[in-house]
Design a protein around this ligand. Structure first.
Ligand code: GTP
Ligand code: MG
Length: 211
């Protein structure tokens, strides 16, 4: 028969990482460029069918602003799942995501399923958090830049200066390996283009019905 399973889900993450946008995409299939910053928290629900079961997500979209931090335990306590969101064009938000993981590991329930979402995957050219090791990336960036230059001898010093001053020298993080080490599953998402948004909720639902 068709079983309905209620599942409390919380979204956590720094201000502006796209928590509300991910929920809006998942629940209503919409995206707005000028999404307002959440005050306190917002509640949504959405169902998802997996095999012959239905998961009814009760979604708490929390506010990323630091002044609301003390409210967070209300939302993650007893949650079946938590989606920790960072903005892959902003390395500081990845550091904040790690703090949320630590807090959940210390204060949350042990069986909360945790997902790490590297959002804004559509803004590839501004990437600051790598999904995987990326020496190759640097190399390609450097090479392709140089090839464009008419005269190599002039191009090389220019490339060097350019690399030092660009994102290529931002300390790149490895989200995938971090997630693995900490028992989260990881996806890069885009609320704007919808890439991996349903997928991340579907993956959570699959893990929930396994429990
Ligand atoms: P708080 O509620 O303040 O914690 O922020 P939030 O995490 O809910 O972020 P929100 O969804 O409000 O998004 C912040 C801004 O980022 C908005 O202008 C969104 O349009 C934009 N944004 C969200 N997701 C994406 C995305 O996947 N790609 C791009 N390009 N922009 C996004
Ligand atoms: Mg919000």
């Amino acid at each position: 028969g068709n079983k309905i399973r209620n599942a409390k889900l919380v979204l956590l993450g720094d201000v502006g990482t796209g928590k509300s946008s991910l929920v809006l995409r998942f629940v209503k299939g919409q995206f707005v460029e000028f999404q307002e910053s959440t005050i306190g928290a917002a509640f949504f629900s959405q169902t998802l069918a997996v095999n012959d079961e239905t998961v009814k997500f009760e979604i708490w979209d929390t506010a990323g602003q630091e002044r609301y931090h003390s409210l967070a335990p209300m939302y993650y306590r007893g949650a079946a799942a938590a989606v920790i969101v960072y903005d892959m064009t902003n390395v500081a938000t990845f550091a904040r995501a790690k703090k949320w993981v630590q807090e959940l590991q210390a204060q949350g329930s042990a069986n909360t399923i945790m997902a790490l979402a590297g959002n804004k995957a559509d803004l590839l050219e501004s990437r600051q958090v790598s999904a995987e090791a990326s020496l190759f990336h640097h190399h390609c960036y450097f090479t392709s830049y140089c090839v464009k230059m008419e005269i190599w001898i002039y191009a090389l010093p220019f490339c060097f200066i350019r690399c030092i001053t660009s994102n290529a020298f931002v300390i790149l993080q490895e989200a995938q390996s971090y997630a693995q080490e900490n028992g989260l599953f990881f996806m890069e998402t885009s609320a704007k283009t919808a890439v991996n948004v349903n997928d991340i909720f579907y993956e959570i639902a699959k893990r929930l019905i396994r429990v």
